[in-house]
Design a protein around this ligand. Sequence first.
Ligand SMILES: *Cc1c(COP(=O)(O)O)cnc(C)c1O
Length: 411
Amino acid sequence: MVLVNENYLKLQKNYLFSDIARKTRDFIAANPKAPIIKLGIGDTTLPLPPTVIKAFHDAVDEMADATTFRGYGPEQGYAFLRELIVEHEYRTRGVSIQIDEIFISDGSKCDTGNILDIFGRNTIAISDPSYPVYVDTNVMAGNAGDPTNHGQYSNIVYLPCNESNLFKPEIPAFHVDLIYLCSPNNPTGTALNYGEMKSWVDYALRENAIILFDAAYERFITEDQIPHSIYEIPEAQKVAIEFRSFSKTAGFTGTRCAFTVVPKDLLGFDSNQKNFSIHALWNRRHCTKFNGVSYPVQKAIAAIYSQKGSEEILRNIQYYQHNAQIIRDGLNKAGLEFYGGINSPYIWVKSPQDKSSWELFDLFLHQMHIIGTPGSGFGPNGEGYFRLTAFGSQKDTQCAIERIQNYDFNA
Ligand SMILES: *Cc1c(COP(=O)(O)O)cnc(C)c1O
């Protein structure tokens, strides 16, 4: 008899995207001619730019020739890429990260989940609403207690993010060990400023806590007071691990590449209060369970740091930012309240007339033929909100906004 990992049995079925898909399918079956516009899923849509594609092709060609063929590369990533990251993501911002503190991977979703391998039983704080991966991977790792009837779990500290704190998690008045922060935030579209980030770093220094900082949307930052990296805060290298995905910032959702920064100053403890290097543990975990990202993908990502590549990537980001602006202007004209969309591709719309997230979803689908994401799917504090994304085409975005403006929400 084979025993299963019973932690998995505690997972609550995440109905969010399957329910959206089912409702959409049913609606299309009944209304085959309805011109549906999808502004729901957090996925990029623009193709990879020419410089990136050329680097990708060239690297594939190298694989076809015995003199340039490459087999296994370094598990942590090729030095050419880690050097570019250190230079362009950190040194230019006055942050000193060492090359061997960078770990290249095939995604931040796996890294944010896998990082739990190296930690013991801790008190974990997670924003509500949040990217669902943080909670579910803690359940899998056995860090969560039983499900509550609000769709949460005992043993996890939820940091409510709502209108009263402008969707920014507040520092707890008690001790926690691990804190997930995501800025700019998915799903709320808000971003922590320097002072807010510093308060979290100060808390972690005081409490011997570690911050797991997810900056998947860093390239979407437009405002000066928003740090692009948590390491812009002094001493953050003693208390923070940073996850940086190329998925949204460079359109690599399908191609897969990310990196994680694990500073050598980070310390964890055993039950006898002896300290251990978190970096050494992660390096051990990474090299044992992972064999590196493919060479062509790493070459393709390296190309985004060339002059031409960075301009092309910037143009794609600006395209999405322009969509976000179209959505913001349109919602303003329609008289709807919303947050985000300035440092983020996400716009967090408040339901008018106290409608629930799913009621608003149905209204948008049936009356305007627009698909968004119900906020309640990201946690109980997301109830009453609706997420729109700037990842659609400009034409679709414009068209969706016209429909929203022409709809009478008071009818
Ligand atoms: C999209 C997203 C990621 C990216 O995950 P990948 O596995 O790198 O594609 C990470 N964190 C958040 C919050 C995201 O929304």
